[in-house]
Write a protein that binds this ligand. Sequence first.
Ligand code: OFO
Length: 180
Amino acid sequence: MIKTKNDREKIMITEKIQNALNDQLNKEMFSAYLYLSMAAYFEKNNLSGMANWMRLQSIEEHEHAMKFYDFIIKVGGVVKLAAIEEPQSEWESAQKVFEDALGHEQFISNSINKLTDLAIAESDHATKTFLHWFVEEQVEEEANVQQIVDNFKLLGNDRSGLFLMDRELGARTLSAQSAE
Ligand code: OFO
C-alpha cells in the first residue's frame, strides 16, 4: 500500500493551524486572481503599463500561495484547495483600481497578523517563523500601492500625467526571485 502523508508519524502543525494556513493559501490565490482581473481591466482600457504592473503582481501572489503550499507539505500537513471567489472585473477609474488594491493588501496584512497571533497562541514556532517573511512583505506591498495611490491623488484630472504614470508602471519587471 502506498504510504500517504497522512500516515506520517510526525505532523508538526495542529489541525487548527493547518486549516488557517490552507485558508491563507486560498486568500493568496484570490489575490492573484483579483490582480489578474485588474490587469484585464487595464488592458481593456488601453493602459498597458498598469496592466503589466498588475500582471506581475498577480504572478507574485501566486508565488505567495505556493509558499504556503510548500510549507504545509514540509511540516507534514495536508494541502486542501478550496474554490477561488470570483473577483470584481469593473471599476470606475484607474485610481479606484489601485485604491481597491490597497484595501485588499490591508485586508491581507490583517489576515497574516491574525495567523501569526494564532501561531503564537498555539506555541507553533515553526509557523510563526515562516510567517515572519509575510509580515515584512506586507509592509512593502502596502507601501508600494500607497505610493501609487498618492501619485494618482497628485495627478487629479491631468490626462498627460496618467499617460506618464502608465509608462512608469509599465517599466516594472519581475522581481529577481520570481524570475528564477
Ligand atoms: Fe499582496 O501579498 Fe500576498 O496577498
